[in-house]
Write a protein that binds this ligand. Structure first.
Ligand code: DGL
Length: 259
């Protein structure tokens, strides 16, 4: 099956990275909206417009399912896209349920973009899970720009994370939810400012499991690498420099995968 994964930028590669490990027989298109990243600081209407344009492009490539590998775009636009298109569409949401299922008695720090935190969707999720006293929301928007620049562990990144995490007494927290796909690149740098008991949780596995159920796919862990075509905002990525940039992210994700 031809499956599209779509993100504002290179964050969605973390979802692709997981998908290619367990779905070696599918064909993937990865669409990074590099012209418009970051989405997290834009209005809902702007994000809706970007997602609408990306879907138009992807549907014209005859994809048979779309994974919105971006929490911010899901929050702003998944409903509208499902109303408009009949192909299977899988969205992402911060893994708060997973955190509370695993560690019901402790708090969870839910990190995400400004857009996700301002959006209604995450607040409805917290209400549905009855998790008001357990989930603390924290924007780490600047990590999106750091990630786009391949800046994962510079002094600026460290200072930013040290400062943002300094307000929390992590004794009371079980985990940090990575509620933005761009945040997966920073697990080792975040770890410097978190005690060892704090776990990282993301929605990548849950999202791909949902895709498998929805599109009736056969997962098969294998070393075989499936075919992937890359696009930046609708332009096919062919230059060796840009392909090397993407390779570099995938290598970084290999290092972060089991942390
Ligand atoms: N990667 C995105 C997410 O999962 C959005 C980052 C951004 O463009 O601000 O939320």
């Amino acid at each position: 099956m031809k499956i599209a994964l779509f993100d504002s930028g290179i964050g969605g590669l973390s979802v692709l990275h997981h998908a290619t490990k367990i779905l070696p027989n599918e064909e993937f298109i990865f669409f990074a909206d590099e012209d418009n990243v970051p989405y997290g600081v834009k209005t809902r209407e702007q994000v809706l417009g970007y997602v609408d344009a990306a879907f138009k492009f992807l549907v014209a490539q005859n994809v048979e399912a779309v994974v919105i590998a971006c929490n911010t775009a899901t929050s702003a636009a998944v409903r509208a896209m499902r109303a408009k298109y009949s192909l299977p569409i899988v969205g992402m949401e911060p893994a708060i349920k997973k955190a509370l299922d695993l560690f019901p008695a402790r708090k969870v720090l839910v990190t995400a973009t400004e857009g996700t935190i301002k959006g209604e969707k995450i607040h409805r999720l917290i209400e549905r899970l009855d998790a008001k006293n357990f989930a603390e929301l924290k924007s780490l928007q600047r990590l999106v720009n750091f990630a786009e620049r391949q800046e994962f562990n510079s002094a600026d990144v460290e200072n930013y994370l040290r400062e943002e995490f300094s307000a929390y007494d992590f004794k009371n927290f079980s985990s940090v939810v990575l509620g933005c796909t761009h945040f997966n690149y920073f697990k080792d740098t975040m770890r410097k400012f978190l005690p060892a008991h704090v776990k990282f949780l993301d929605g990548n596995e849950g999202t791909i499991n949902y895709l498998i159920r929805l599109a009736n796919l056969n997962p098969e862990p294998s070393k075989k690498i499936p075919h992937v075509e890359y696009f930046y905002s609708g332009r096919r990525v062919t230059s060796p420099k840009e392909l090397a940039r993407l390779e570099n992210y995938l290598r970084r994700l290999d290092e972060m995968y089991l942390l």
